[in-house]
Every structure is written in C-alpha cells, then in structure tokens.
Design a protein around this ligand. Structure first.
Ligand code: HEM
Length: 452
C-alpha cells in the first residue's frame, strides 16, 4: 500500500485485514473518535484508507474552501451520492455538469429568502399536530421521543411547503408511511461498500415504497399543472420556472426534484431540532432566556418569518447547534482532473472528504470549540469561514434559508408553550451515519407552560 506521492501522513491501518479494509474497522467502531484523534496527531490534512482507496481528509476551513469554492469546478460528488440515483433519479443532489447547472438556475429563485416569506403559515400549520401531541403527553405525564417527533413534523413541513394544499390527508398518509423505508434503504446503499441491488426484503419494500410515492407525486404534479399559477407552494413555483429558452422542467424531472427535496430537507432539519432540544435541556439557563425571548416577542397566533428571524438568541442557538452537530457532517468529493488542495497534489479520481464536523470544532477558529456557547454568535455581522453546515460554493445547500426558517418556527412554537426535559442528560455519544445524530433516543418529559 503506497500512499500517493506528496500526500500527507495519516494513521497506519492495523490488523491482519488491514490491506483490504484499511481504516473501515476503526471508522465502524468510533468514526468521530478516530478522526479527531487522527487530526490531533497529523494536523488539518491527513490521509486515511477506505478499503482500496486513499482519502484525503480536510479539517481546515482554508482547504475546505479550496475544495468547495475556489476549485469547486475541479471536483464532482463522491461515490456515495451517486448510489442514491436508483431512488432519487437525477435531482439536484445527484446531478452533475450542465443538467445540474440548468436545474439549479431554474430552482434557485423559489428558495430565496424573500420567496419563502409566504410559507411560514404552512409550516406553522404543519406543527399543530406536534403541539397537540405535546399537550397530551404533558397532561398524561408521558415521555416523548424527540427525534421521532421531529422527523414527523419536518416531513409534514417539507410536504406542506412543497405541495401546499394540493396534498390531501390520504396522500400525506402515503408519504408518511412510504418515505421512511425508502430513505432508510437509500442510506444503507450509500453506506454499503458494494453497489448491487439484491432483491432483499428491504430492497423490495423500498421499491414498493418508491412506486407508491411516484403515484402520489405524479398525481399532484398533474393536478397542480391543471390548477395553474398562484399559491405559495414550491411545486407551483417549480412548475412555473423557465430557462432563457422558455423551457421548464418535465414531469419526470419534477418527480426527481421532489424526491430529492424530501430526502435532503427532512432528516437534516429534524436532526438539527433534535440536537437543539437536547442541548437546551442540558443548558436550562440558556433555555429559560430563550423562552423569555420567544414568549416576549410572539403573541399567541402563528409567528411570521420576520418575527422568528428577529429573535437573536433563537438564531444564535440554532447556529451554535449547527456548528457543534452539523447534520451533513462530511462532504465527499472526487477530483475530476489533476488539482492541488492545501499543496497536496491530487490525480483525477482522487477522493477527498471535507469534514464539516472537524472544521467547525477547529480550536484555531473557535475558542472553547467543544462547548455550547450561543453568545459567540450575538452581534456577529458576517458568517465565520469555519462555519459550513450547508456546504459552500456552487453546490451549497439550496434549502438553507428554508431549513433555518422551518427550524426557527417549529422551535419557537414548541418553546412558547412547553419545556422539554431530558432526564439523565440523554444520549452522550454521537452516531455519524448519512447524517450525524445522537447515539440513542432523546426521551423527554414535557411540561406545559402556563399562558400569560
Ligand atoms: C438543517 C438542515 C439542512 C442541512 C444541514 C443541509 C445541508 C446540506 C449540505 C451540507 C449540502 C451540500 C452537500 C455537498 O456539498 O455535498 C446540501 C445540499 C442540498 N440541500 Fe440541504 N441541508 C438542510 C436542509 C435542506 C432543505 C430543507 C432542503 C430542501 C427542502 C435541502 C435541499 C438540498 C439540496 C437540493 C441540495 C443539493 C444542492 C445542489 O447540489 O445544487 N436541504 N444540504
């Protein structure tokens, strides 16, 4: 195993199977511990081995910027992302080159901050069943599984934002039932070292789920086309989008984009909210200040986008949660031609992994990097370079404003009426999979706050 010429050092794989597996066993055992330890020993750029491949791990904001922004055109998405294609088709997440550029140009306006203003009502309405469940749990003294509840609410929110009122209760039930097995199977495929599709029960379940979802999505697209322009839903805006030649997205392209938005926008936002409530339960002083801010600024009705954006401590807590626990914790890339990163020469096909988790806990850039200190965000006028939870450059998350709006609205609505306590402090470890999650369920006791 000869490392590529000019590459930095990294840990040596151990054990009899090391030549075949490289660091896969270490990563399976404790990926974050292994990566943190390697960074401490080898610096902000180091080499690891994944099976037959050398991977350059990037843990400095400067080199991350090179990969994602300055030399972004010299890289394509890594292999894992391509394995999402059977279910996602070629939506924004998986597309490359000209098709990606065309779709991104067409879709971008619908995701601008100003375009999202009118969606606050739909997100607040999607939160109503969660609030009802929390009331019930508080009255009965039951605990709630915060992660599960956040997955429910963000799925409803993303569905409401995408389809508006076009999504009836029956269709929503299909989405709630069929999307999770499809997403779970997609995550398994990404993690798997091989890329085959045996007809296992999970694969067959995912295929059936995909077919059921396709039916719903195609029906809604047809109905939405008939209804014509107007409305605040994203699908309406995507249907109306035209390129310079006057061409819009076909039904097949819209299907792929809708599935992509479900996948990209659902678990990520749920994870942010789960970590937010877990972290606030561990910092009751911050939570009390935050509740005072929310209750002081919001009346009893549905808050507007402008109202939640103007809550400085809520915004600071969301940023600090994204810094410590970035749901998209690593961004894999493959060089499409010869290029250097941090002075390291890469050949075409070389693998790079921008490690968002390590960048955002880099102590050169973040004093007390591992501590939850939302106050560090108060009064900041520009986003620090070492903060890339939504990526950076041309492939940066198209849904970043939507995610922050959704998370702020849901968090504000919950915090206005409830306190979620997590007895024993909840799960202590982190589970880095497709997204970064707590390594166990976050079980909360719910207390309803008295009205004013
Ligand atoms: C807290 C929530 C979210 C986080 C942390 C997050 C993070 C990210 C990151 C890091 C990327 C870049 C991936 C890369 O460079 O390889 C990305 C891409 C993307 N995200 Fe998000 N995301 C979130 C929510 C959303 C939402 C709500 C949507 C839409 C409903 C969305 C849609 C997308 C899409 C379509 C892409 C691909 C963009 C492209 O390549 O042009 N995301 N996201």
């Amino acid at each position: 195993m000869t490392p590529p010429a000019g590459w930095p050092a990294g840990p040596r794989p151990r054990g009899p199977l090391a030549p075949w597996l490289g660091h896969v066993p270490e990563l399976r055992r404790d990926a974050l511990g292994f990566l943190r330890h390697s960074r401490a020993a080898y610096g902000d750029l180091f080499r690891i081995r994944l099976g037959p491949r050398d991977v350059l791990v990037v843990a400095s904001p400067e080199a991350a910027r090179e990969v994602l922004v300055d030399k972004g055109a010299c890289f394509r998405k890594g292999r894992g992302i391509q394995k999402m294609r059977p279910f996602l088709g070629t939506g924004l997440l998986t597309a490359e080159g000209e098709p990606w550029r065309t779709h991104r140009r067409l879709m971008q306006p619908a995701f601008h901050r100003a375009a999202l203003e009118g969606m606050a009502g739909a997100i607040a309405a999607a939160t109503t069943p969660l609030l009802a469940r929390l009331h019930g749990a508080a009255a009965r003294g039951e605990t709630v599984d915060v992660g599960r509840e956040m997955l429910h609410v963000t799925l409803r929110a993303v569905a409401a934002v995408l389809f508006g009122t076009a999504l009836g209760d029956e269709d929503l039930a299909v989405v709630e039932r069929e999307l999770p097995p499809l997403l779970a199977r997609t995550a398994d495929r990404v993690r798997s070292p091989v890329d085959w599709r045996l007809p296992t029960p999970a694969e067959r379940r995912a295929q059936a789920a995909g077919a059921a979802l396709d039916q719903v999505v195609h029906r809604i697209i047809a109905a939405r086309r008939l209804a014509g322009p107007g409305g605040h839903d994203l699908l309406g805006q995507l249907l109306a989008a035209r390129d310079e030649g006057g061409a819009g997205l076909s039904d097949a392209e819209l299907r792929d984009e809708v599935m992509t938005l479900f996948l990209a926008g659902h678990e990520t936002t749920a994870t942010l909210l789960t970590f937010l409530f877990l972290t606030l339960a561990r910092h009751p002083d911050v939570r009390a200040q935050l509740q005072a801010e929310v209750r002081g600024a919001l009346g009893s009705g549905a808050p507007s986008a402008a109202q939640v954006r103007a809550l400085p401590l809520l915004q600071a807590c969301l940023q600090e949660t994204l810094r410590l626990y970035p749901p998209a914790w690593l961004l894999p890339r493959q060089a499409s031609g010869p290029v250097t990163v941090g002075g390291v020469p890469l050949e075409a096909g070389a693998h790079v992994s921008v490690n968002v988790f390590l960048v955002q806990r880099n102590s050169r850039h973040w004093p007390q990097a591992h501590q939850f200190r939302p106050d560090r965000w108060l009064g900041l006028t520009r986003t620090p370079d070492a903060f890339i939870p939504f990526g950076a450059g041309a492939r940066m998350c198209i849904g970043n404003h939507l995610a922050l709006l959704e998370a702020a609205l849901i968090a504000a609505l919950v915090l206005r009426d409830f306190t979620l306590d997590v007895p024993g402090g909840g799960p202590q470890g982190l589970a880095p999979g497709l997204t970064l999650k707590p390594d166990g369920p976050v079980l909360a006791q719910v207390q309803a706050l008295a009205g004013d």
